[in-house]
Design a protein around this ligand. Structure first.
Ligand SMILES: Cc1cc2nc3c(=O)[nH]c(=O)nc-3n(C[C@H](O)[C@H](O)[C@H](O)COP(=O)(O)OP(=O)(O)OC[C@H]3O[C@@H](n4cnc5c(N)ncnc54)[C@H](O)[C@@H]3O)c2cc1C
Length: 328
């Protein structure tokens, strides 16, 4: 029997982790992740005893394959339903109406990163390693970091957002053109700690507003601290226009707008932090969902090959692992 193929996966978000899980046992898989932890945009920042989920607020489970993969996580309590009512505030309408929803919303417990951490068990993951380029030739790829060269690998698969994938994949990758057809938007996120402010009977409110898209309340989420906390996402279009602005200016503009939308909040804030997501959401998915170059041993996956959600990241990984798995 020949040695197992060596596969490098770049990115430990839901897509990279799900891909590595599916290929685990079929090949020798190593994940390289530039951050200190796993999860990517399923992110949590800890401050003042509060776990702020400052990326994805929740995910839905629509596809049977995603449901099957997450059933054990639900049974173990790694994932729980977030059952509050989301409000919708539109400029033309009076008041806030309840958003109807067809699909239950789920979150990681006790924070959003619980699910990626659970998916990462038993996998070979190199944290804090940023890949800056992929060099070499077909089925003999070397990953370059700031300080070292790692490899060779039979396969290199990027599971990072489109612009980051485009920056590092070699020109010989036959799917470069289709990758480039995807477009992602930015987002700014404020993490607020009010003294006592609450959203009322809503767990979150979506705004039809130029600056603010969503305000979400921490304690309404399962197994969270009861200390008041809010996560505020900016509107994607507005963030795209301000993506390179100084963070303190962005924070000031967002905060002023929140105070206009929710006047009770302005004198009640104990602390405020901000995060810039350069590549937060998918505006346009790539042309074609399966981006794989069998001749060269190169491939790409991530939410942006399918849509704009956590579940899209998972499904893109499943489709790719099925295609590649057959040939390993
Ligand atoms: C503000 C915000 C709100 C959102 N709200 C929702 C929501 O409510 N519901 C929902 O379903 N989805 C939501 N999403 C989208 C959801 O988070 C994503 O669809 C999903 O997490 C994408 O997973 P992924 O694995 O494809 O990519 P990512 O999670 O982005 O993972 C990619 C990983 O690659 C790593 N990486 C990148 N470049 C390199 C490199 N050169 N070397 C090494 N590692 C690298 C990154 O650090 C990252 O960990 C939201 C996202 C954001 C940012």
């Amino acid at each position: 029997m020949s040695d197992p193929k060596k596969i490098a996966v770049i990115g430990a978000g839901i897509a990279g982790l799900s891909l590595a899980r599916s290929l685990h046992g079929l090949a020798d898989v190593t994940i390289f992740e530039k951050s200190r932890g796993v999860g990517g945009r399923m992110a949590t920042r800890h401050a003042d005893g509060i776990a702020f989920d400052h990326g994805a607020q929740y995910f839905t489970i629509r596809d049977p394959a995603f449901h099957a993969a997450l059933e054990p996580a639900i049974e173990l309590g790694v994932v729980e339903a977030w059952s509050g009512i989301i409000g919708l505030s539109s400029s033309g309408a009076r008041g806030i109406v309840d958003e109807g929803h067809r699909w239950p919303r789920f979150v990681g417990v006790p924070s959003m990163t619980a699910l990626p951490k659970w998916l990462s068990r038993g996998l070979d993951i190199r944290l804090g390693v940023k890949i800056i380029s992929v060099e070499g030739s077909a089925k003999h790829w070397i990953l370059k970091t700031e300080s070292q060269r790692v490899g060779p690998f039979d396969w290199v698969i990027t599971a990072s957002p489109t612009p980051q994938s485009l920056a590092l994949m070699p020109e010989s990758f036959s799917e470069i053109g289709r990758m480039a057809s995807s477009k992602m938007n930015a987002c700014f996120t404020l993490m607020l700690r009010p003294r006592s402010f609450k959203l009322g009977r809503h767990c979150a409110i979506r705004y039809d507003d130029e600056v603010i898209a969503l305000i979400s309340e921490g304690p309404s989420r399962p197994q969270r601290s009861s200390l008041p906390s809010l996560v505020v996402h900016s509107h994607n279009g507005w963030a795209d226009r301000h993506v390179d602005d100084a963070l303190e200016n962005v924070q000031a503009i967002m905060f002023d707008r929140i105070a206009e939308l929710l006047p009770d909040i302005s004198k009640d804030i104990l602390s405020c932090d901000i995060h810039r997501w350069r590549f937060a959401n998918v505006e346009t998915p790539s042309e074609g969902e399966l981006l794989v170059d069998f001749e060269n041993g190169l491939a790409a996956c991530g939410d942006w090959t399918i849509g704009n959600r956590v579940e899209a990241g998972f499904l893109s990984a499943v489709a790719l692992s099925e295609a590649i798995g057959e040939r390993l």
